[in-house]
Design a protein. Structure first.
Lengths: 178, 409
């Protein structure tokens, strides 16, 4: 049952991602990307990470992609013209990058198949049902909040400062007169 | 199939069907209440020709929308034009899935004629899905509800619709911040995002409307913006945008939008009830809180009483939405943005700090989470609410009604 759901979500995610990069219309691309994000949220639920799934939908599908759509509509990019990939140079670079990515994936698959990660995953054993048990005890938010605000407080705060800097930078760039 | 799986599927199917039918019937009732309420507020009768008290007016309108001609504007994006009403409707409907609407029923182990042995272990919670992410599910899905409106506006290929859609997306994103930050206070008090746990926490303490009054006020204001109701119905402002995002829609596709708006209205009322008014809790009594282990008349009575109380509370908030709609005029767009970003958001952030401090101090003092705990928090809330109300008012409305200027001549 779990496997059927997993393959269903992965299939939808991959197909939607493919459609996202091949559609001409920017609005259609954005909508296919939303579908990919929803499928990923489904995969997170399968991994017993319901909180991440909810945040994925809330932040990415619900806020960031809506802003994408907002910009597409404001700039009226909805009905796009011909493809951006023109001339032999563009096609050549695209082909080169594609081949590079394929090689990387192939190497990764070989390492996983060859047991490169087996020793490392064995070092962190997580008995089956452990995640569900912790979630029952601490709640979906508490499970994540405890390590985030105790063990990893400083990295967490540094990340938030980084985001704040990005916001301030965007405001400074967008506004001539502050 | 094992008896447990059969029991789970049977219970889930019944609950899904019950909630679905109740929501659609509820929409019919709410639209009737809105129209008759408008009549009451404006000193006229409202619809009173079709059926007794105009009760069948909505049925007539529904039939009209079913058989009406559908028009698709020229150069509209056909696929998205068809998809947008569905997106609105589906997101509005699935929101109710996590809201508990009654006390849990006892477990059962019976043999049914066609299904065979059916078992449900543990009490049956009266909600479609008791998700571990609780109200986060509601914020997540209601943030997705923006798509229906925005895409409807864009796909119509009309400038009024596009403006309505853009306004909707900006408005709903802005007020989601206020909504989310006021919910953090609820999380601080209940210690969990699961709605069943929040109801249980309110039974232990007091209703959160007392322990977190300001959060309730902010959530209710944000709820008006999230459901696109007056005074925040900018996305469909008739006076300037014709009808905003659904100006080009007709027949059943048009009907989907008001339908989803009313479903969202009911869900928001139920959500406010659950978070701040104890959900299905019957106040001042404890007999509704002990879970029954076996089926008895008492258990059934308990569940139906709590469900009725929940219905009553929800209906009260539906009425508040109608009441406000026919009382307040529409905000200007810059006023809407000002309220969302410069009033609600900073207030919510400051409120989180104050409440977190209060909760921490109470925890350090070792005060148990009972009604005294809630009372202390209520005392903390009173000056905060007073400060915010007077700060927002700036002696305009509250004092202003006393200062009537005499007419010339």
């Amino acid at each position: 049952m779990r496997e059927v759901v997993f393959w269903g979500f992965s299939g939808v995610a991959l197909a939607a991602a493919l459609l996202c990069v091949t559609r001409r219309s920017a609005v259609a691309s954005a909508l296919w990307l939303v579908l990919t994000l929803f499928s990923l949220a489904g995969l997170f639920v399968l991994l017993d990470a319901q909180f991440i799934a909810a945040i994925q939908v809330l932040v990415y599908a619900g806020a960031i992609m809506v802003l994408f759509l907002f910009v597409i509509m404001l700039l009226n990019l909805g009905r796009a013209g011909p493809s951006d990939m023109r001339g032999w140079l563009g096609r050549g670079v695209a082909a080169l990058l594609g081949v590079g990515l394929a090689v990387e994936l192939w190497v990764l698959v070989r390492i996983v198949r060859g047991g490169g990660f087996a020793a490392e995953t064995a070092a962190y054993p997580l008995p089956p049902g452990e995640l569900a048990r912790v979630q029952q005890a601490e709640g979906a938010v508490g499970m994540l909040a405890e390590p985030l605000f105790r063990q990893y407080l400083v990295p967490f705060e540094i990340t938030s400062v980084l985001l704040l800097a990005a916001i301030v930078g965007a405001v400074v760039l967008a506004k001539r007169k502050i | 199939m094992t008896p447990e799986l059969k029991g789970l599927l049977l219970v889930s199917a019944i609950k899904v069907l019950l909630v679905f039918v109740a929501l659609l019937v509820g929409v019919l009732v709410v639209i009737w209440v809105e129209r008759r309420g408008a009549g009451f507020m404006q000193d006229r009768l409202g619809p009173n020709r079709v059926g007794p008290l105009g009760l069948l007016q909505n049925v007539a309108d529904g039939l009209k929308n079913l058989v009406k001609e559908e028009v698709v504007p020229a150069r509209a994006d056909r696929v998205i034009f068809y998809l947008a009403p569905l997106m609105s409707f589906v997101t509005a409907l699935i929101l109710f899935a996590v809201i508990p609407f009654g006390a849990p029923l006892p477990p059962f182990d019976v043999t049914l004629p066609l299904l065979g042995r059916v078992v449900h272990e543990g009490p049956i919670p009266l909600m479609v899905a008791d998700l571990p992410v609780g109200f986060l599910f509601i914020i997540a899905i209601s943030s997705v509800a923006v798509y229906g409106i925005t895409l409807a506006g864009w796909a119509s290929n009309s400038k009024y619709s596009l403006l309505g859609g853009l306004r909707a997306s900006a408005q709903m994103i802005s007020y989601e911040l206020a909504l989310g930050s006021s919910l953090i206070v609820v999380l601080l008090l209940a210690g969990n995002v699961m709605l069943s746990e929040i109801v249980a926490a309110q039974q232990r303490m007091v209703w959160f409307v007392f322990a977190a009054t300001l959060a309730y006020l902010m959530l209710h204001i944000a709820a008006f913006a999230e459901t696109n109701r007056l005074p925040f119905d900018l996305p469909e402002a008739e006076a300037e945008l014709v009808a905003g995002y659904h100006a080009e829609y007709s027949a059943m596709k048009y009907a989907m939008f008001p339908l989803s708006e009313y479903v969202a209205l009911i869900t928001m009322s139920a959500f406010i009830t659950t978070l701040f008014f104890g959900g299905w809790d019957i106040p001042f009594t404890a007999w509704d809180e002990q879970a029954a282990a076996t089926w008895s008349l008492g258990a059934v009575l308990r569940t139906s009483m709590t469900a009725l109380v929940f219905l009553g509370k929800t209906f009260f908030f539906v009425w508040v939405f109608v009441w406000v709609r026919w009382t307040l005029p529409r905000f200007r767009y810059d006023q809407l943005m000002f309220l969302g970003w410069k009033v609600l958001l900073p207030t919510a952030l400051a409120y989180i700090v104050v409440m977190a401090t209060a909760v921490l101090v109470l925890e350090r003092w070792g005060i148990a989470q009972d009604w005294k705990y809630g009372l202390i928090l209520f005392l903390v809330n009173v000056p905060l609410v007073a400060a915010v109300v007077f700060g927002l008012d700036r002696r305009r409305v509250l004092a202003g009604t006393q200062r009537r200027v005499p007419m010339e001549g």
